[in-house]
Design a protein. Structure first.
Lengths: 128, 214
């Protein structure tokens, strides 16, 4: 099997490690971190201890951290040389995702505030 | 079988040449190329979801006087969904570990547990949708609800496809054993399943948690 070739130059995303122990540890650590981050997210969202306007940003940061945990511990995306192709593809995907999301939200918010004729028409709640 | 011999069999090299460096090595083996191609699909799927997220974020306040986020979302249900999908993703990893060791029994058990947890997730989601529609928060009520059902429903559709795929793989492993092409498909399945969990992280944060902030 080629998957046991020690001199391989590339490794597919999600490929299990050769060592069962390190593989299992990776999944257990990933699950623990993900559960922790999920718990913190739900706590942050329901507590009144934190500064209100900052909570949404904090939640987004926690979500991005948890996605990173999933990528590293579940999908085994690493910074190693055998992962270069996977990381490059991921980087391009992330670039497009951010362009689409931030671009859309930014432009639509500006159109919503700048293009109206009257405050009546501006109110999104009055539109279908 | 060496990388080169395998590549020669499938007609990817001219055969016989020795590796002299990156440039003349030729394409990677199928066990690399197939999951890599699937990785590209998964990333493009995330681009698709980013468009749905952007749509949702633009329309979340366009409620047309109908129900708003705080009235239709229930955090406790979402917490159960989240844990079910997360543990499902973890168990899918366990299935991959046992599949690499060609352990039929435990691979089938872990895949079954993965699918059952996926079913729990899907059941909660469908009952949530049904409950929303019952109180008049249907997709046609407002732009916000259209965007919500499109985004979350698209994820639910992916989970449904994943469940069908898990069932298919359990049958194929049972019938054909751990042949290389079957293990490749299983690897793609695990990448797909983990990716669904990553998308769910974005959904529960952006839609449910930020949507129900006081």
């Amino acid at each position: 099997m080629t998957e046991h070739d020690p001199e391989r130059l590339n490794v597919a995303p999600g490929t299990p490690h050769d060592s069962m122990l390190s593989e299992t540890i990776s999944y257990v650590v990933g699950l623990s971190l993900a559960l922790l981050l999920t718990g913190v997210s739900f706590w942050v969202a329901s507590t009144s201890v934190l500064w209100g306007p900052g909570v949404a940003v904090g939640l987004v940061v926690l979500a991005i951290a948890q996605m990173g945990v999933h990528l590293v511990f579940f999908l085994h995306i690493t910074s190693g040389p055998d992962n270069t192709n996977n990381v490059l593809a991921l980087a391009f995907g992330v670039l497009i995702v951010f362009l689409v999301m931030i671009g859309t939200i930014w432009i639509m918010a500006h159109m919503n505030t700048n293009m109206g004729v009257s405050p009546e028409l501006m109110n999104l709640q009055a539109q279908h | 079988m060496s990388t080169h011999a395998e590549a020669a069999i499938v007609g990817l090299t001219h055969g016989g040449s020795e590796d002299t460096g990156l440039g003349q090595r030729g394409p990677a083996s199928k066990s690399i190329v197939v999951p890599y191609g699937f990785w590209l699909f998964v990333l493009s799927d995330m681009v698709l979801f980013s468009a749905l997220f952007a749509t949702y974020a633009s329309l979340v306040h366009a409620t047309d006087g109908g129900p708003i986020t705080n009235q239709v979302f229930h955090r406790d249900l979402v917490a159960v969904e989240t844990i079910a999908l997360l543990v499902s993703s973890f168990v899918c990893g366990l299935a991959m570990i046992t599949a690499k060791r060609a352990n039929m029994f435990w691979t089938q058990v872990w895949l079954l547990v993965t699918a059952l947890l996926g079913l729990v997730f899907l059941y909660i989601e469908i009952s949530e949708f049904a409950g929303m529609i019952a109180i008049g928060a249907a997709p046609q009520r407002s732009a916000f609800l259209s965007a919500f059902f499109t985004l979350v429903g698209c994820h639910g559709l992916h989970v449904t496809c994943g469940l069908l795929w898990i069932g298919t793989m359990m049958a194929q492993i049972w019938a054909k054993g751990f042949q290389p092409h079957i293990v490749r498909r299983l690897l793609c399945l695990s990448v797909f399943w983990h990716a669904l969990d990553i998308i769910w992280v974005a959904i529960f944060t952006i839609v449910y948690l930020i949507g129900t902030l006081p």
